[in-house]
Design a protein around this ligand. Sequence first.
Ligand SMILES: [Fe+2]
Length: 354
Amino acid sequence: MNLKKYNSTLQRLELGSKLLLNALEKTHKAEYKSFQLDVSGDNCAKSFYQHHGMKVLTESRIIPLEQKRAHSHYRMKKNSLKKMIQSKCNKLRYLICFFIIFSCLASVFAYAEDKAINHFYFVQITDTHLGDKNHLKKAKKAVKQINRLPMDIQFVVHTGDITMDKLEDKKIIRDSLKVLNKLNAPVHYVPGNNDIIPARLESTTRAYIDNFGPLISMAEYQGVVCIFVYTEPLRKSFSINGYDPLEQTEKLLKESNGKPVILFHHAPCVSDFYKNTFHEKWDEKNKEKWTKLINSYNVKAVIAGHFHRDEYHWLGNVPLYVAPPMSGYFDRQPAYRIYEYTNGKIGYRTQYIE
Ligand SMILES: [Fe+2]
């Protein structure tokens, strides 16, 4: 081979190699064997490619085998679809995991917040009937016990019948307040049927307001609205000038603005049951209006006394707790109650006085 022919052969080999490299770059590695190279007419290039396992055709171009190429295209599409589905599944898994973790964390934080904000204790005393028998002595014992309670008591509520028809007796009122004012926690009162007497309405109402406060009042403890309301006019169908229990209770319920509410009053609106028979109850229309009213707002419980017994009822969807008395009528052992408010739910313990 002379020098000219040798150079010409090298150029063709170089051209052929470039074609081959281009082909490999444009196609998948797996398709390498599906390409055939035509260098016919050039024996030198032909022998070079045959030496490297390539097939020689009759036309000078690189030809992918159509059938294999179609198969390869289908396989690539299939793989691409598979990858896309896998990717979507992974995203869905991440999303589900995120929601589970988020829900768990939200529950933990909500529980912690509720525990921190909406948990407290308060005490109920009722039916002390001071000014009769040895009731003042029993009240003194109760006050000492309540002041020694190990839990933090937010307030004490007296749900009526503070005296035994003795509101106009200044000495009895003075002695009573001397004992009750020793309670460490703030005290809220509501009058009972033995405090404001319909036959002496004006004088007893005045004596009550002067010594124990308004006929209806409201206080808020840790986001819970407490309403203390005199309801005897609803039970016995009498009226006090300028005082409408339903209207004024609704006014305060509206002011509570959706917060949880606990209502305190004296005589429950359900029938009094003893000696195996039903006794006096509220005026039926007033009972309906009262029940409808308390079910129209976020009232968590109604707490009362008057029955001198331990009772539990439902007024629609609102529970009614009736506490035993502090006085010793009917040979009852005097008692008071410790309530525990937790996240809209109320439980209690009854404590007896020796
Ligand atoms: Fe009573």
